[in-house]
Design a protein around this ligand. Sequence first.
Ligand code: CAA
Length: 259
Amino acid sequence: MENILCEFPYKNNSHIALVTLNRPKVLNALSTDLMHELVDCFLKLDTNPEVRVIILTGSDKAFAAGADIAQMVSATPIDQINDQRFRTWEMLKLITKPIIAAVNGFALGGGCELAMSCDLIIAGEDAKFSQPEIKIGTIPGAGGTQRLTRAIGKSKAMMMVLTGEMIDAKTAYEWGLVAKVVPSITLMQETFELALKISERAPVAIRLAKEAVNKSFEMTLKDGMDFERRNFYLTFASLDQKEGMQAFLEKRSPSYKGN
Ligand code: CAA
């Protein structure tokens, strides 16, 4: 792979994988090739039973500065339709394992959208988020008007999408876009510790929980509650549920096998 780095096991932990966007010369601009490589890598990690959590990161300067403008400048609408890039974006939704975005530096345009496509975002205190497409004569195309609005509400999303201005990590935290802000220098360590915590939970329950939370964006409250209840029942088909509850009653730590 030319545009990303994939490290598994990460830090010798047999359940955590690290994927790093790696086009430093263009601040990790998300080219079609990069998106293909990213989705291929995620799909492989998702089908590896050893992997329980995926961390996605960029560089200190940029998580990603958006879609590759050089690739798009002369594109026609038909070029955009034929370009498989957006199909790869859709495929991100297929990943069943938790993906944590560890964001340092710029997360702009498609970079912000990619971070929002992950399950949660941890930001270094120097991180900056924006949907700057309006400044280059277009609008977000990979969820910036939808996921951002759901995350921070209509007025703030309008302000970001209509001005293209950046917000800093502290604001992104206060507005609910990111789960936690940490010193930039400790971003990867703190993200690893969070990934470790999640990787120690029962994998089947993690998968069903992720699925249920994500459904809340697509369903009415009633349908979402029904979906959640079914996934709750389904956890009782797993040995890990028996182990988790038994371990609690026996006052010991559970040992989850992922079945
Ligand atoms: N696409 C292609 N190349 C990019 C890029 C992008 N999105 N962002 C940065 N680069 C390139 C620059 O052209 C520059 O290349 P050269 O060295 O060859 O000139 C290199 O990366 C370094 O960038 P800068 O010199 O501009 O660095 P800076 O520190 O002065 O500024 C920045 C950093 C504020 C992030 C600025 O680069 C910038 O504004 N980038 C564009 C951000 C943007 O508009 N993103 C939205 C893209 S559209 C989109 O994402 C659509 C969608 O929803 C799918």
